[in-house]
Design a binder for this molecule. Sequence first.
Ligand code: ADE
Ligand code: ZN
Length: 336
Amino acid sequence: PSFRDFLRCLPKCEHHMHLEGALTPHVLFVLAEKNNVTLPQDDEAFKSPEALLERYQRFTSLDDFLHYYYIGMSALVAAADFEALAWDYFQHASSDGVAHAEVFFDPQAHTSRGIKYTTVLEGFDTACKRAEKELGITTILTSCFLRHLPPKDCLELFEDEDLQESYKSGVVRAIGLDSSEKPFPPENFTELYTKAKALGLNLTAHAGEEGPASYISSALHNLGVTRIDHGIKLVDDQQLLEKIAAEKTMLTVCPLSNVVLRCVNTIKDVPIRKLLDAGVQFSINSDDPAYFGGYILDNYVAVHDAFKLSVQEWEGVVRAGIKGSWCDDDRKAELL
Ligand code: ADE
Ligand code: ZN
């Protein structure tokens, strides 16, 4: 058996994937046609699924990607669209050997274009329940807030009765912060996170992807997050690196994403070895698999090809991922 098979068989947890990021160009075109959604006529990339896929190889930054990401999701309209999208992801995750998946979605990217939150959630939650039943994957849904929008809009949506209901019923068990990172520092969202914490939700935020290490410390201090999404800029701040290692705060690293969005030049520049040497806990994730050319196992394999982790190191990475998950202790014990 190949090393890929070894990596496939590890009980992996995925902590950083956006369900909307599982939308392939092919499905995007099919849904746009079905839902009568007009794609931009003035951009050659939308000529065909093939042209769009080719454009995805040439992202120049996080914002360049987000432009396509938000247009792409305009093809999602019915609950069945959201369900099919998530189900497609869970099938990939299952064949990659994912045991537990904590998945993001972006409510504001849908409510802002007139899609009801309950429609989005119905689709995603149905797929999660099916994944649990048919694939044996445990799941957690995380609603992310878009940091390029006014914090007061985020707060207002958080307070909406449909969102509150989803939090209180436990269908959505965490909040996150994503979208364009600079110049939207975490401290803008202190009030939102204070309210989410009061509801007992788990807290995370994207920080230190393109933005500076100071965004990581702000997310920890001002938002009270218990994990950091991406966080690769942590290696620019030795003191913070040591603190995060000591406190066992997990980073959810997305290696292929970092290369495709040009946060690093090559996979060798993702600071995997530095994090291992410093004793920082991290997991390896796909972020937006349909946009970045790979699901979770491709990310594991890319890291292995670049860094040649030992079997013991891989087992340590996977164990850190299980311990850093938000599932209950019984599920963790099953996976450990
Ligand atoms: N939304 C989807 N993927 C993202 C990423 N990598 N960073 C910020 N926001 C995102
Ligand atoms: Zn992300």
